[in-house]
Design a binder for this molecule. Structure first.
Ligand SMILES: *[C@@H]1O[C@H](CO)[C@@H](O)[C@H](O)[C@H]1NC(C)=O
Ligand SMILES: *[C@@H]1O[C@H](CO)[C@@H](O)[C@H](O)[C@H]1NC(C)=O
Ligand SMILES: *[C@@H]1O[C@H](CO)[C@@H](O)[C@H](O)[C@H]1NC(C)=O
Length: 438
């Protein structure tokens, strides 16, 4: 009897040992899998539905702002915090020196280090984003740090990015862009580079060169967004996907009846020398009865719209006609957007006119419209400074900017207000990891 019990005991201890080891192994395995956040579907997607995964990745990939400022307070509109930060902008000694072409050429020599140091998110954050690639045309001519921070803030591995560098930009700038671009499979420099003359056709051609390359890429993007070096996003990639889906196959851009003071732009033939110059030669009206609508250079358009720009004879004729006008970028897209046979377009009736404030493409503060919203102005005064009558945003504009529906805002400049950019970076990165929107 005793012997039997002893045997049982031995068996039991043996069993317990086995059970115990299995339990320990299971716990280790569970811990391991809970931090193995990769979803298994062949692509690099990180599953952020578990708190452990979010915290783990955010710890290494956060873009927390430097210095004493509290971005949460700034974004909430805490005026004391804003005022202190704006005062800091005035203290020249405290200003950070922006990174140079050489800095980036050096850093991007080792792509793995570059991506780690600059904290790129190199995986998709969920399946819905992974399945909805966006195409970007980025037209830049200088200020490498602004370009790189813009790229980092909109970068996601399923998207595709074409960068048009002004042919007349300095060699070192070209080298720096190419060094950065060489670190990513889905970022490339346009196959044809224009020398861009302000307000001339070449500005449109730069975007067209990227559009053609993007159509030829194998990525099946749904929408194209064009940007420049002074743009910055107001939304995360997930929010952009959500907005684009809600457009339901329509494009979104400013497109309104042209004001009288802009009509000179297409009534005469303009000549491009070093700058664009007006001549006395009258132009014929636009071909195929296209009606001119006024807008701006920044658009959100469907893939079918972009394809039609290249493939329909009407669009080609219209573009040929527009080549010797003043600032065709500010009426070409907005007019094509109202042509009934263009995919994603809207009717010409005035009820379909869309102001820049109502389109999602770009948020801009014009100096002559700034004022007191309580007394009818569309927005309050710029807290940064102005260039060509456009606000370069300051820290005090963030609270308002982040309440708007626009995907991007223009202009930002780290030399004017780096705190504003840093807080946007911190905010968007936090939201990418922690805000559930889909
Ligand atoms: C942000 O990243 C840094 C490393 O760059 C890390 O030391 C810090 O703990 C992170 N902050 C948060 C809130 O995760
Ligand atoms: C920043 O401000 C927010 C809101 O007032 C507060 O909750 C948070 O603790 C502050 N953060 C720091 C680091 O002081
Ligand atoms: C794009 O592809 C078309 C046809 O496949 C080709 O004719 C065209 O040259 C290509 N364009 C560029 C910019 O590579």
């Amino acid at each position: 009897m005793f012997g039997f019990l002893k045997k049982m005991w031995r068996i039991n201890t043996g069993l317990c040992l086995v059970c115990g080891s299995i339990l320990i192994l299971l716990t280790i395995a569970l811990r391991f899998t809970s931090l193995n956040c990769y979803q298994r579907d062949g692509r690099e997607i990180i599953d952020l539905t578990t708190a452990d995964c979010r915290d783990y990745y955010y710890k290494t990939l956060n873009l927390s702002a430097s210095g004493k400022k509290n971005c949460t307070k700034i974004i909430e509109g805490d005026w004391d915090e804003v005022r202190q930060t704006l005062i800091e902008n005035l203290e020249v000694k405290k200003r950070r020196v922006v990174a140079s072409d050489k800095d980036y050429i050096e850093l991007a020599k080792d792509c793995a280090t570059f991506k780690t140091v600059r904290k790129y998110i190199t995986f998709s954050l969920n399946t819905e984003e992974a399945n909805y690639p966006i195409a970007y045309s980025m037209v830049v001519h200088g200020d490498i740090e602004s370009f790189e921070r813009l790229l980092r803030s909109i970068y996601s591995p399923q998207n595709i990015y074409c960068v048009h560098v002004d042919a007349k930009s300095p060699d070192t700038f070209h080298q720096a862009v190419r060094a950065i671009v060489s670190c990513f499979d889905n970022v490339f420099v346009a196959s044809k580079l224009e020398s861009v003359v302000y307000a001339s056709w070449s500005r449109v051609q730069a975007d067209l060169n990227c559009m053609e390359d993007l159509l030829n890429s194998t990525v099946q993007w749904k929408y194209l967004i064009n940007t420049c070096g002074t743009d910055f996003p107001l939304k995360t990639n997930a929010e952009m996907v959500k907005t684009l889906k809600s457009l339901n196959g329509k494009s979104s851009m400013e497109s309104e009846a042209p004001p009288a003071n802009k009509k000179f732009r297409w009534l005469n033939h303009f000549e491009i020398k070093k700058r664009i110059e007006k001549t006395d030669i009258k132009k014929s009206p636009p071909p195929v009865n296209i009606k001119i609508f006024s807008g701006n250079a920044y658009i959100v358009v469907t893939r079918d719209f972009v394809r039609a720009v290249f493939e329909t004879s009407f669009a080609k004729e219209f573009m040929e006609w527009a080549k010797d006008t003043y600032s065709p970028d500010e009426f070409l897209w907005s007019s094509l957007h109202r042509v009934p046979w263009m995919p994603g377009s809207v009717p010409q009736h005035i009820k379909f006119d869309t102001s820049d404030m109502n389109a999602v493409a770009r948020l801009v503060k014009w100096r002559f419209l700034e004022g007191d919203p309580q007394h009818g102005a569309p927005y309050s005064s710029c807290t940064g400074m102005h260039r060509r009558d456009v606000c370069i945003y300051g820290t005090g504009d963030l609270h308002w900017l982040l309440q708007q529906h626009h995907l991007f805002a223009n202009k930002f400049n780290p030399k004017v207000d780096d705190h504003a950019l840093q807080c946007l970076e911190e905010h968007l990165r936090f939201k990418s990891f922690y805000r559930k929107i889909m």
